[in-house]
Design a protein around this ligand. Structure first.
Ligand code: PGA
Length: 257
């Protein structure tokens, strides 16, 4: 496995002022984390504050969505060059809440991936089934969602497996046999489409401190995508410090002196 990727999307939470405080605290709390790639995805309005607080640190920042075109008459939208200019490394596309609330389909999402990659950033493409039926059905669903993946720049692509039924308040993380099955299917599908090249596949959906270590130890899981349990800097820092299962217990989360 490559260096685990551990990140959070704040969704529609935290003002720019709160983002500045979060990122300043996070920078100190995770300064000792060397074996993970960390990122935060604030709302658009808070990206400048995140950049100001995180520049030169070991935490990357990015965005939760993007318009497929670079400029034009698209009121309220934000384009990839705007995000690149803010130093974004990662841009999430195709989250379940965007598919659900904004009727985004795989065609539009593929154009968004292309826009992100055209501007030198890495697209985090979210896939996942809506309801919980069988692992085989979930595997088929995500394989279908990935049918355009052969067109993408594999070097700038991360897949996030996020079953919709595991996301949000009241939900629970998918069990590890489920996650292992679907991640294996995603890896197989991507290898077929890319002539054997590997792409990181991270898991999201009710990831918390207790679930983080077993998920990181699950075959085919290259990282974690955290929502509500990383809405404080301390919460995210604890998950970022999760030791591997069977690894040495981690020291308390504290800034490096
Ligand atoms: P959650 O969100 O951790 O609050 O379930 C995860 C996600 O939507 O990525």
């Amino acid at each position: 496995m490559t260096t685990p990727l551990i990140g959070t999307s704040w969704k529609m939470n935290l003002t720019p002022s709160l983002a500045a405080a979060y990122c300043t605290a996070l920078r100190a709390l995770v300064a000792d984390v060397e074996d993970r790639t960390l990122f935060v995805l604030p709302p658009f309005t808070a990206i400048p504050a995140a950049r100001a607080a995180l520049a030169g640190s070991n935490v990357a920042w990015g965005a939760q969505d993007v318009h497929p075109l670079d400029s034009g008459a698209h009121t309220g939208d934000v384009s990839a060059p705007m995000l690149a200019d803010l130093g974004c490394t990662f841009v999430e596309v195709g989250h379940h809440e965007r598919r659900r609330d904004h009727r985004e389909d795989d065609e539009l999402i593929a154009r968004k991936v292309a826009a992100v990659q055209r501007w030198g950033m890495t697209a985090i493409l979210c896939v996942g089934e809506t309801s919980k039926t069988t692992i085989a059905a979930a595997e088929k669903h995500v394989s279908d969602q990935l049918r355009r993946a052969g067109e993408f720049d594999i070097a700038r692509l991360v897949i996030a497996y996020e079953p919709a039924w595991a996301i949000g308040v009241g939900a629970e993380s998918a069990p590890s046999d489920w996650v292992a099955g679907v991640h294996a299917a995603v890896h197989r599908r991507l290898e077929n489409l890319t002539g054997g090249r590997s792409v990181p596949v991270i898991y999201g959906g009710s990831v918390d401190l207790d679930g983080a270590a077993p998920l990181l130890a699950t075959a085919g899981v290259d990282g974690l995508f955290v929502g509500r349990h990383a809405l404080t800097a301390e919460g995210f820092a604890r998950i970022a410090h999760t030791p591997p299962v069977g690894g040495a217990p981690e020291a308390a989360v504290a800034p490096r002196t």
